[in-house]
Design a binder for this molecule. Structure first.
Ligand code: PEP
Ligand code: MG
Length: 586
């Protein structure tokens, strides 16, 4: 048996036979052609490109029907490349000038493009190299008389093992046939991971050499919660995972009943549980899990799933759709948080040396005013269609916030002049995710009506630990007393000014932190929708006095180890099953 640790992307346990989708290296014959054959060869080229375009357009339509508009837009990049004459005409020129066959010219051109993407600084660009390889296969498959349909050979329920799935492969997956996905490469923010989560297929990425150790038909276990893949497990292991799988399913069913219950503590305090979403359709998932609305809509996914900036109209439709799906429950829209690990495909500037400390989020927006104003217009216009709040990410100085609010006022005035309806009481808030903002919360509290503490970034900036670097992952924890002190002081500053305060970082979704956060005075948590029932269960088994006692005790500790031990002990006392079900720091 081989045990491989990867990155958990989509939870659940699956046991099944592997279907290994190798990165098949096609043999691309090189043929010299005669000058009189050039036109014929060029015609073959455009026929192949046309066929691949038809295939991609059909796939896009299918994806839109099954997954919604945003995941489908991932395919716009592929379609855009094939339709771009500046990218495709050189292939034709190579045939004409070099007298080589169409297959060879295509293979050379796509390898060149993939290499260009690979050498770009940002991870998003590097991932684009895989999209190019996917296109290469599609066009070459047609020229060589083959179609890239290995995926369509799947005729039973299998665990899909691949070096890396391209987004279009992931989008073409038949849910009824794929039990789980495991890939050698990939990260949590790769398009394939986004689609896997949208499909709710247990998935683990970043498994390094998994495809080297796995053969077609091997039995494999995928644990999407722990990020573990077991290849050719012994029967005792299969038995124990089958039990865990059954238990997990039963627990999920049992937890579903929590969706309908109120998140009220034993002494009657109502805690608000909201969802974090990336696509409008997830508003529905939030409601199904019993959420009180959306506390964080990461709008940058509108940019990340396209190869062009979304228009005001496209954005407006997405925001309005999320509001409609929420059916009267509130939506907190976060303005564009691009930069750092999240670059748009069109980003053409030199890679930054320290992108997490560079031109990201609100800084990026304030340097790209037309784009930012377009987003603000779309958001404000959508505010006429339901309860909405607007929130700004990565604010680190008061001037930045004031400048942003001024822009927002300008946009409102413009809409007013154009007689376009909007919510005149639109609440404005900010993410507190940089130590400078946390330390100056008292000042910021005079500027906004709510704070949302983004611990994912606050931890990395406070502890100087890259949130995406597995080599320092052991140092990345929300239990560090420095992080907890910052949260405490933000809550205190917010309360003094009657500013609403919530937490939307991942720690809000980890049951081990629930008592502590409530004890620190937090009454609103925004979490990945599927975690809402888990947090509800903890909320319903504690009272405020106990939580405050826990927070006071934690305040006396000077190491994260003491904090975590104490949190574990306290959770065990009130709700032991939450300890065994949860992941992360627990
Ligand atoms: C955070 O930083 O905690 C947060 C919620 O924002 P994101 O994870 O999108 O950076
Ligand atoms: Mg953040």
């Amino acid at each position: 048996m081989e045990t491989i640790q990867g990155i958990p992307v989509s939870s659940g346990i699956a046991i099944g036979r592997a279907f290994v989708l190798d990165a098949v290296e096609r043999y691309v014959p090189e043929r010299r052609i005669r000058p009189e054959d050039v036109e014929n060869e060029i015609e073959r080229l455009w026929l192949a490109i046309g066929g691949a375009l038809d295939e991609l357009t059909a796939l896009r339509t299918k994806t839109e029907e099954e997954l919604g508009a945003d995941p489908a837009k991932i395919l716009d990049f592929h379609i855009g490349i094939l339709q771009d004459p500046t990218l495709m005409t050189p292939v034709q020129d190579r045939i004409r000038d070099g007298l080589v066959n169409a297959e060879r010219a295509v293979a050379e051109r796509f390898e060149q493009l993939a290499q260009q993407f690979r050498t770009m600084g940002s991870a998003v660009f590097r991932q684009k190299a895989n999209d190019i390889i996917d296109l290469d296969r599609r066009v070459l498959g047609r020229l060589l008389g083959q179609t890239d349909d290995r995926l369509s050979e799947i005729d039973g329920a299998v665990v899909l093992v691949a070096h890396e799935l391209t987004p279009s492969q992931a989008a073409s997956i038949d849910r009824s046939k794929i039990l789980a996905i495991a890939t050698d490469a990939g990260g949590r923010t790769s398009h394939t991971s986004i689609i896997a989560r949208a499909l709710q297929i247990p998935s683990v990425v970043g498994c390094h050499a998994l495809t080297n150790t796995t053969q077609d038909g091997d039995k494999v276990i995928i644990d999407g919660e722990q990020g573990v893949v077991l290849v050719r497990p012994e029967s005792a292991t299969v038995e124990s995972y089958t039990e865990r799988q059954t238990a997990q399913r039963a627990k999920r069913l049992e937890l579903r009943s929590f969706s309908e219950l109120e998140p009220v503590t034993l002494d009657g305090t109502r805690i608000k549980l909201l969802g974090n979403i990336e696509f409008p359709e997830e508003a529905t998932t939030t409601l199904e899990n019993g959420g009180d609305g959306v506390g964080l809509y990461r709008t940058e996914f509108l940019w990340l799933t396209r190869n062009h900036a979304p228009s005001e109209e496209e954005q407006f439709e997405a925001y309005r759709k999320a509001l409609e799906l929420l059916n009267g429950l509130p939506l907190t829209i976060r303005t564009l948080d691009l930069g750092a690990d999240k670059y748009t495909q069109q980003q053409s500037e030199e890679p930054e040396r320290n992108p997490f400390l560079g031109l990201r989020s609100i800084r990026y927006c304030l340097q790209n005013l037309p784009m930012f104003k377009t987003q603000l217009r779309a958001i404000v216009r959508a505010s006429a269609f339901g309860p909405m709040k607007i929130m700004f990410p990565l604010v680190s100085t008061v001037m930045e916030l004031r400048q942003t609010k001024m822009l927002l006022r300008d946009v409102c005035e413009e809409l007013e002049e154009e007689s376009i309806p909007f919510d005149r009481d639109l609440e404005t808030g900010m993410m507190v995710e940089v130590p400078s903002a946390a330390l100056m919360a008292k000042v910021f509290a005079t500027e906004v009506s709510f704070f949302s503490i983004g611990t994912n970034d606050l931890i990395q900036y406070t502890l100087a630990v890259d949130r995406g670097n597995e080599r320092v992952a052991n140092l990345y924890t929300g239990a560090h007393p420095a992080v907890l002190q910052l949260i405490k002081s933000v809550v205190r500053a917010a309360r003094r000014r009657s500013v609403e305060v919530s937490i939307c970082g991942e720690i809000a979704a980890e049951p081990i932190y629930t008592m502590l956060l409530i004890g620190l005075g937090i009454r609103t948590l925004s979490v990945v929708p599927s975690q809402i029932p888990y947090i509800k269960r903890v909320v319903r088994s504690v009272d405020i006095e106990r939580c405050e006692r826990v927070a006071r005790k934690i305040g006396t500790f000077d190491s994260e180890r003491q904090v975590l031990n104490c949190l574990r002990d306290e959770l065990r006392k009130v709700n032991p099953e939450s300890l065994t079900d949860s992941s992360g720091d627990a």
